[in-house]
Write a protein that binds this ligand. Structure first.
Ligand code: GCU
Length: 430
């Protein structure tokens, strides 16, 4: 298909339209509660698709949880391949003197191989030096490459990064690929001072963020004859979620980190991947979707801000083909965000929302979380203490479900990290 000139023209057209458009300005987008049309309320989380009432944690784990994963795989994210593929880890760099001797920085090159093909992913890790036992860790996929988090020229730049940034996504991100350009958004030293480690990789290493008919990135290693694509084959969010689990596999081998204390965190598209990763992989102890929006914690049936049709149009590679059935047809969705969020239970979850992030529908993110709560209760955990979005800037930290709705725009800011650090300290009893 990639040899077909019409397909190439179509690709170039889709890429340039993504680059040119500010997605949040799509005409007809609903940004006012009064305009939210009546919609079918979310299905009670404790009732199966066939109408059976779930009464025990065993029924949740054996009936309801697997059926939700199946429906989310079929209708939204596509099925994640279950096959374990070979991986090797190469230590590229170790610097025991990071942050003036407070931390050890490691860079690991992960090489995945399958069907005669291979894929390399660069991992960047920091662990506190002053520790008596393996450290808890924040695990995150970054947007602009590992080199954007640290000025040091020793940080490896992914080979595909420049190529990808030249031909895709938002032009403004190119400036953010400079060494250290995003460092101000990651309080790494503060994490280290709190005894918390950090593990990251560039999300594009696992799957480039543009539509190419689902052939590039990790997808390619699972294509035996070079062809796909079933209507429920995995999209990019599935690939990024898969990547998060593979980083967890590495963490399990590294004695500097406590693999039982991994908080998986993500912002925006990577927050959607974070939720989907944690839904499928219960090794993640804490889950933190920051500004996750549509395809994350926000209830899609509200069609407030970004909708299934806008997300599928702008990012046709994020979800599986089946998800396109719901374009302008959200009321017929078989599943919704609260079912995704519930898969995190009973583990601690922190939902972060922002006022000027109406595209992500902060109220929808709250409802997605709120409607999922009965699963935490089923496990004997306390309900979230509030029945409504909490006042701006108020942070709910000492709770199984953490939450804040803050001032400011769509971003993962230092004030968000401060709340997340406190959440880890509370849950990991640090
Ligand atoms: C776009 C997209 C969102 C996504 C965001 C991001 O705005 O429409 O769904 O969350 O990009 O990843 O920053």
């Amino acid at each position: 298909m990639l040899k077909n000139p019409f397909f190439i023209l179509f690709l170039l057209f889709s890429i340039s339209s993504i680059t040119a458009q500010d997605p949040t300005n799509i005409p007809g987008t609903i940004y006012s509660e009064e305009l939210v049309p009546p919609y079918t309320p979310p299905r009670d989380i404790l009732t199966t698709f066939a109408g059976q009432k779930i009464k025990t944690t065993k029924e949740w784990e054996t009936i309801r949880r697997p059926e939700i994963i199946k429906v989310l795989s079929t209708e939204m994210y596509g099925f994640t391949p279950q096959e374990k593929i070979p991986v090797s880890y190469r230590l590229v760099e170790i610097n025991k003197n990071a942050f003036n001797g407070k931390a050890t920085r490691k860079q690991i090159e992960m090489t995945f191989s399958n069907n005669g093909k291979s894929l390399k992913v660069q991992l960047l890790l920091y662990s506190p030096n002053n520790k008596k036992k393996p450290a808890p860790v924040f695990e995150i996929l970054n947007f602009c490459g590992n080199q954007s988090l640290d000025y040091d020229s020793a940080i490896v730049i992914s080979k595909t990064l420049t190529e990808e940034f030249e031909k895709t996504v938002y032009k403004k991100r190119i400036a953010r690929t400079e060494r250290g350009a995003d460092a101000y958004l990651y309080p790494l030293e503060e994490m280290i001072d709190h005894g918390i480690g950090f593990a990251t990789a560039w999300y594009g290493d696992f799957d480039p963020d543009y539509y190419d008919g689902f052939h590039n990135g990790i997808h390619n290693l699972f294509l035996k004859d070079g062809e796909n694509q079933g209507n429920n084959d995995w999209g990019s969010i599935g690939a990024w979620a898969w990547g998060l689990s593979r980083i967890m596999d590495y963490i399990e081998t590294d004695k500097d980190f406590d693999a039982k204390k991994v908080a998986v965190i993500g912002h925006s598209r990577n927050a959607k991947a974070t939720l989907w990763a944690s839904a499928q992989d219960q090794r993640f102890a804490i889950t933190i979707p920051n500004n996750s929006g549509c395809g994350g914690a926000a209830l899609m049936k509200r069609i407030y801000g970004e909708t299934a049709s806008s997300i599928n149009k702008l990012f046709p590679h994020w979800f599986c083909e089946n998800f396109k059935k719901y374009n302008n047809n959200e009321d017929s969705l078989t599943t919704d965000a609260h079912e995704l969020v519930a898969l995190v239970a009973p583990r601690p979850l922190y939902v972060g929302s922002a006022k000027y992030d109406q595209w992500a529908d902060p109220k929808g993110e709250f409802i997605g979380m709120y409607e999922a709560q009965p699963i935490w209760e089923l496990y004997g955990k306390k309900r979230f203490a509030y029945d409504q979005m909490t006042p701006l800037g108020f942070k709910v930290i000492k709770s199984q479900i953490g939450y804040h709705y803050r001032e400011g725009k769509h971003d993962l800011l230092i004030c968000d990290w401060e709340a997340y650090i406190a959440f880890l300290e509370y849950h990991f009893k640090m």
